[in-house]
Design a protein around this ligand. Structure first.
Ligand SMILES: Cc1cc2nc3c(=O)[nH]c(=O)nc-3n(C[C@H](O)[C@H](O)[C@H](O)COP(=O)(O)OP(=O)(O)OC[C@H]3O[C@@H](n4cnc5c(N)ncnc54)[C@H](O)[C@@H]3O)c2cc1C
Length: 512
């Protein structure tokens, strides 16, 4: 049992995570004159979803009427359960925040939309559209222009708190545990796509932040809503595609060569939830690039163009994959969570996108809320003292000693059952079956001695997150947004609201 922890000292603002949300929060906190430390399992600015993203930022054009229609669109895509207080901030500050980000990252180019003869910025991306061109300049800025300290290769295991006020965190590195105390903490650990066997997410996205929040009774919501991205080729080579190609002549076909999205007004450009469900129904879907404008392909998606040129005449099999968690930690518009001194930003937070996210809004969300959270975490640290109470952390008692057991088999069982039973199409039976597998897995891993502590902690978190997704899905007796429940196939007004775990750890339904 792990009862020995090493002391890593004190910091004003502790930031857990190393993606864009964490980096932007760190830069802003540092500019407020406080001592900031970032903790990341992997390399800062080179891990998580941000660095593999397509770098697309979409935001509302700055005209009152257009902001209103952008908001309507976001909320209708979220099937009317979005947290509108967060949506308002995103819509109001989106354009300005991305412009501010472009002061740090000169790779961001803006595109304009013409509305009633006037041109408005409403889209920004790097060229080529690759997350590394988004993250690396921000990382460079962090290193060269701030005093932010990095703890790389350290995994955040749990929070330490006293009377619902955060005091710091427990970290792991090389099978050892550490304590770092802080006046305020920012949770920015990203999503949890790895709980599914088919995902666009990187390996480090094991949902740790959701599990950490749940263990500390920090309120979380909407965990049933996982977005399945309908734009990933799996044969002849795994590769993401970009929805823009459907405006340039690309099509989706079923195995009989029929264009199955024809029945929808926007065809392949319908929202991701509709597209993913249709692809799932057709079992096999193929991307037809024969009518696609090749100059566009070469300019906008060079990697895809090369795959196309090297595999002429072949079929491109395409399937939806787990992509984004709409749910997560409940945050106020100022980034505060239900625990004093704890803030959250990025994909680990929930509520803004409701039951389904519109493309390009996740990165805008980071640009808006990363700096807000960094500033408020710094202000909190300035006004508060380090708490030096004893560490009482129940989870520490559950952490096993190191032994010889490998964990891959457990992990594969979990990811398979989540994909097969808790994916785009679910039913009460499939959810109950998955629940029983997940509960068994938990019992099994609680009694083993793993050969690697980080792997065990990640697996434990993945199991906890899977339980949250399953429980919330069983609770919601309708089909809304990103998934479909065969036993309750329609959307129902009585379910207009969110399912949350409150600060007693209990499951609640909160009506809109
Ligand atoms: C392939 C792909 C393409 C995408 N393209 C777009 C796009 O074009 N536009 C858009 O708006 N959205 C896009 N998204 C979504 C968007 O990229 C993410 O939602 C966003 O980048 C999340 O940022 P984040 O900082 O919250 O988390 P991440 O960027 O995922 O970073 C999480 C960080 O936390 C670290 N971490 C995790 N757990 C721990 C722990 N326990 N302790 C310490 N560190 C930890 C990770 O190693 C990582 O450094 C895309 C997502 C994917 C997967």
């Amino acid at each position: 049992m792990y009862n020995k922890t090493k002391n890593l000292g004190y910091v004003d603002v502790l930031i857990l995570g190393g993606g864009m949300a964490a980096m932007l929060a760190a830069i802003e906190a540092d500019s407020n004159g406080v001592d900031v430390c970032m903790v990341s399992k992997k390399k800062i600015g080179r891990s998580g979803a941000s660095v593999v993203s397509k770098a697309v930022h979409r935001f509302a054009p700055q005209e009152k009427q257009d902001k209103q229609s952008y908001k309507q669109n976001l909320i209708s895509s979220g099937r009317y359960i979005n947290d509108t207080s967060l949506v308002d901030v995103l819509v109001e500050k989106g354009a300005k925040s991305v412009e501010e980000l472009a002061l740090i990252n000169k790779n961001l180019n803006f595109k304009y939309k013409t509305i009633k003869g006037d041109k408005y910025k409403n889209f920004a991306t790097t060229k080529p559209k690759q997350g590394k061109h988004l993250c690396h300049p921000v990382l460079k800025h962090l290193i060269r222009k701030t005093g932010v300290r990095f703890l790389e290769g350290y995994m955040a295991v749990d929070l330490i708190s006293h009377k619902n006020k955060v005091c710091g965190a427990i970290l792991e590195k090389g099978n050892e545990l550490f304590i770092i105390r802080a006046k305020s903490v920012v949770l920015a650990t990203g999503g949890g796509g790895k709980i599914y066997s088919e995902t666009s997410n990187t390996n480090d996205l094991t949902g740790d932040g959701y599990a950490i929040a749940k263990r500390s009774n920090v309120s979380i919501r909407d965990m049933e809503f996982v977005q399945f991205y309908p734009y990933r080729i799996c044969e002849p080579k795994e590769h993401d595609i970009f929805p823009g190609i459907f405006e340039k002549g690309a099509k989706l076909l079923n195995k009989n060569g029929e264009r199955f999205m024809n029945k929808y007004p926007k065809r392949e450009l319908e929202n991701r939830d509709i597209l993913a469900k249709e692809m799932f129904k057709h079992a096999e879907s193929y991307l037809d690039l024969s009518g696609c404008d090749l100059t566009y392909l070469q300019e906008e998606c060079n990697d895809l163009y090369n795959i196309f040129m090297n595999n002429k005449g072949r079929k491109y099999k395409i399937k939806p994959v787990a992509h984004y968690f709409m749910g997560g930690v409940i945050q106020k518009p100022d980034g505060k969570t239900s625990m004093k001194g704890l803030f959250s930003c990025g994909e680990v937070s929930g509520g803004i996108h409701g039951a389904n996210r519109l493309g390009g809004n996740a990165l805008t969300e980071l640009a808006v809320f990363g700096p807000i959270v960094g500033q408020n975490a710094a202000h909190f640290a300035i006004k508060n003292q380090i708490q030096s109470t004893d560490i009482r952390n129940i989870f520490l008692k559950q952490i096993p000693d190191i032994g010889k057991s490998h964990l891959l088999n457990f992990e594969n069982r979990l990811r398979k059952v989540m994909w097969e039973n808790v994916g785009i199409v679910r039913s009460m039976t499939s959810l109950s079956e998955a629940e029983s597998v997940v509960n068994d897995l938990l019992l099994e891993i609680e009694t083993i001695k793993p050969n690697n502590l980080k792997n065990w902690l990640e697996l434990y978190n993945m199991i906890e997150v899977s339980k949250l997704v399953i429980k919330s899905s069983k609770y919601r007796r309708e089909s809304r947004g990103s998934y479909y429940n065969e036993d309750f196939p329609s959307e129902k007004d009585i379910w207009l609201g969110h399912i949350s775990y409150n600060n007693n750890g209990n499951l609640n339904f909160v009506k809109n």
